[in-house]
Design a protein around this ligand. Structure first.
Ligand code: HEC
Length: 143
């Protein structure tokens, strides 16, 4: 082999290597853009869900069931959420969820304080009022 032939062979080899390297990095890029596109998509559906979700779904998403029980039947951490129509209309219930402490003077809350010592009903004032409205509708429809 002449020197020229060796050089051209070397160049050819380098080109082949570069070609494959490029292919691999391209594949990586395609894969990462795929996941990149998949992520925002699933995030956006997650973001969509709260506004689209029913009160029943929101009650689970907000973990109300953790304390009030899977069927909101009450646990040793929180009272059952049935028969609420005798205490609340929609607005009152939304207000309650936003600021539970302002309702403590009602008699049954003294009972709750004894029964569910150290467990505090969280305030949901940071939540979308529309979502709380859906929850209120759902809870008031449970009876
Ligand atoms: C950390 C546990 C916990 C979580 C989570 C929780 N609650 Fe409560 N909830 C309580 C407790 C305890 C009470 C009893 C009142 C009190 O002690 O302040 C209560 C009381 C209530 C009441 C008043 C019941 C009545 O008789 O007037 C409603 C309504 C209610 N919760 C709804 C909800 C909703 C809706 C969610 C979710 C958005 C939720 N709770 C999440 C613990 C919890």
């Amino acid at each position: 082999m002449t020197k020229t032939q060796i050089w051209s062979a070397a160049f050819l080899g380098i080109f082949i290597i570069l070609f494959f390297l490029q292919k691999f990095t391209q594949d990586d890029n395609v894969a990462s853009t795929n996941t990149g596109m998949g992520m925002p998509q699933s995030q956006s559906t997650e973001k969509m869900t709260p506004s689209d979700a029913s009160g029943e779904v929101l009650v689970k998403q907000f973990n109300c069931t953790t304390c009030h029980g899977v069927n909101l039947q009450g646990t040793n951490m929180a009272p059952a959420l049935v028969g609420l129509t005798s205490y609340y209309d929609r607005d009152k219930l939304i207000n309650y969820l936003r600021n539970p402490n302002s309702y403590l003077e009602q008699d049954r809350f003294k009972e709750y304080k004894n029964k569910f010592k150290n467990i505090v009903m969280p305030a949901y004032g940071n939540k979308d009022v529309k979502e709380l409205g859906k929850i209120a509708d759902y809870l008031l429809g449970l009876n």
